[in-house]
Design a protein around this ligand. Sequence first.
Ligand SMILES: O=C(O)CCC(=O)C(=O)O
Ligand SMILES: [Fe+2]
Length: 337
Amino acid sequence: MELLSSWCYDGSLPESYVMPPERRPGNLVVPLEKSIPVIDLQCHDPKDTIQQILKASQDYGFFQVINHGVSEELMDETRNVAEEFHAMPGLDKERECGKDPNGSCKLYTSSYAYPREDFHYWRDAVTHPCRPLDERIQYWPEKPTRYREVVGTYSVEMWKLSCRILEFICEGLGLSVDYFSNDLTQVPKIMINYYPPCPAPSLTLGLSKHCDPTIITILLQGQINGLQVFKDGRWIGVQPLPHAFVVNIGYLLQIISNGKLKGAEHRVVTNSRYARTTICFFVYPRDESLIEPAKALVNASNPAIYKAFKFVDFVTAFVLNPDDTGEAVKELITLNP
Ligand SMILES: O=C(O)CCC(=O)C(=O)O
Ligand SMILES: [Fe+2]
């Protein structure tokens, strides 16, 4: 399977990228004005910050953070290195992603399920774990030359930011602040997405409607529109704000919060003029972690609405059918009546 970036500039949209009419993005111009909440993390009243995060996580499952403490210089450098990576020749990218015999660094096009897909998505991606950094970094790309240094520093900052946001969420939900300081968050991964300019944006997608199979996701989306959130039956664009991060609640946190927080559905649309490079920090549990509604949130008047399961079984079910309507996932998490 050839990377999209190796042929996409020839100006055609192959049939295999054309979505059936009911799944096409259709109207690409979605409202940005009623967009998702922007939360200032430097605000001096932590109670207020917690309330804003909780409300956004309930209403949208999405929010943006500003004044988050990560330097703008590091954010810019990381985006530059990410763009340089995807601009390398395909063979170089394959070589740079093939350093771990166990395949922990993955390079793919469309989704990880390319051979099984009915149609393909307009993106390439590279992903790798990033903790503990000193064990993982030896398998990361060494080209572009500053990749390891910059992405390594970035992943440490993302780890700190994710812990901080999860502490706010714990306080808001009424969980102990260290609820996530364990196996639930120990396997974070970086993913660098590349969506080249697309000859026919109304016929295809960069990523289909999905809910991340994570605890939370922190996204650096840059200046180009493309990310949309599904709320109350319609799509809302996530407005690019300079040096903000987009945070979204993952499917697993929806379950742990017993449905109080929303693992929001989202998708990516393409555009015909600009390439879009985005960097995700996915907070994942260890395979053997048990995912279940937090005991502190469940009682006689608020019974658990999800079953307990191992994360690895969730991944297996998710891979079978990644749309959040996936029957295999529903069967795994739904309590028997
Ligand atoms: O690139 C984006 O804007 C979002 C990417 C995303 O949703 C994902 O990789 O799960
Ligand atoms: Fe996502």
